[in-house]
Write a protein of this length. Structure first.
Length: 284
């Protein structure tokens, strides 16, 4: 192995890149990258390993970063390039100097700038959990040419940013960033059609009462964003499906990857997901 330090031209970012000797762009030898890049006044840290395309990019839930994908990302990196990052004030990314509230749309734009700065050429497969699902949904809606597929892991919905949900909930703070929830709701509502983008929606199965009714409706709406979607309930999982049922998440990513690579529709739901703890609700 050899280690070299590089500086991205025009960017205040230093990356340490570990390169396997004898590797080539088309080989399966893993290439690990960890770096911080300026995305417009502050830096975000990103880590990538594995090789192959499309690259899979993970986005964590509220207050969570790259570490939240520790049970999933290594498996994905065996078959393609896998990257995860920390939003401002989380993990290895420093906090924002400006403490004004920030919307989901601003964070989606920052993710796009991060991918550009890190040289991650699209199209990519985006995987988002909870609040991170909001971010990747906006990226997919605003930049469909850069997104080959989408996996939403018990993703949050714009309905949590309106009405009684907004009135009764506490402030959302991501690391040290206060979320502008009303503005975020407007931004998300504008993304109501992803065409035929391959989309896997994973929903927690351990819910009950009125919450279960409303959450199921929100998740069904997310599955309706694409004409090529699969909606799967993680039978024995709570909100953090990537921890409770990592095999189900990796199966969803593999299905979307295959669809993106081959240019085909997602496979029939049952044979793929039921053996790893999923109950299929719909396949469009």
């Amino acid at each position: 192995m050899r280690q070299r330090r590089v500086r991205a031209a025009g960017l205040a970012a230093v990356a340490v890149i570990v390169v396997a000797c004898g590797s080539s762009p088309g080989s399966r030898s893993p290439t690990a990258v960890e770096a911080r890049f300026d995305v417009g006044g502050h830096e975000l840290w990103i880590s990538c390993d594995g090789s192959g395309s499309p690259t899979v990019v993970f986005d964590g839930g509220l207050g969570a970063g790259a570490a939240s994908w520790a049970d999933v990302r290594p498996t994905v990196a065996r078959s393609t390039r896998a990257c995860a990052y920390d939003r401002a004030g989380i993990g290895q990314s420093p906090p924002r100097s400006d403490r004004h509230p920030v919307s989901v749309g601003v964070m989606a734009d920052e993710l796009v700038r991060l991918l550009d700065a890190a040289g991650i050429d699209g199209p990519v497969v985006l995987v988002g959990h909870s609040y991170g699902g909001m971010i990747v949904r906006l990226v997919a809606g605003r930049h469909p040419d850069r997104v080959a597929g989408l996996v939403l892991v018990d993703a949050a919905s714009e309905h949590e940013l309106e009405g009684e949900w907004l009135a009764k909930d506490v402030d959302w703070v991501d690391g040290s960033t206060l979320i502008d929830r009303p503005r975020s709701g407007v931004e998300l509502a504008a993304v109501d059609d992803l065409g035929a983008m391959p989309l896997a929606v994973l929903t927690q199965g351990q819910t009950s009462g009125q919450f279960a009714i409303e959450w199921s409706r929100f998740q069904a709406e997310l599955a309706g964003l694409s004409s090529d979607a699969i909606h799967v309930v993680a039978r024995d999982s709570g909100h953090s499906i990537q921890h409770d049922a990592p095999d189900l998440v990796t199966a969803a990513i593999a299905a979307v990857l295959r669809s993106a690579r081959e240019g085909t529709a997602l496979p029939a739901c049952g044979p793929v997901f039921e053996p790893v703890g999923g109950t299929c609700l719909s396949t469009h």
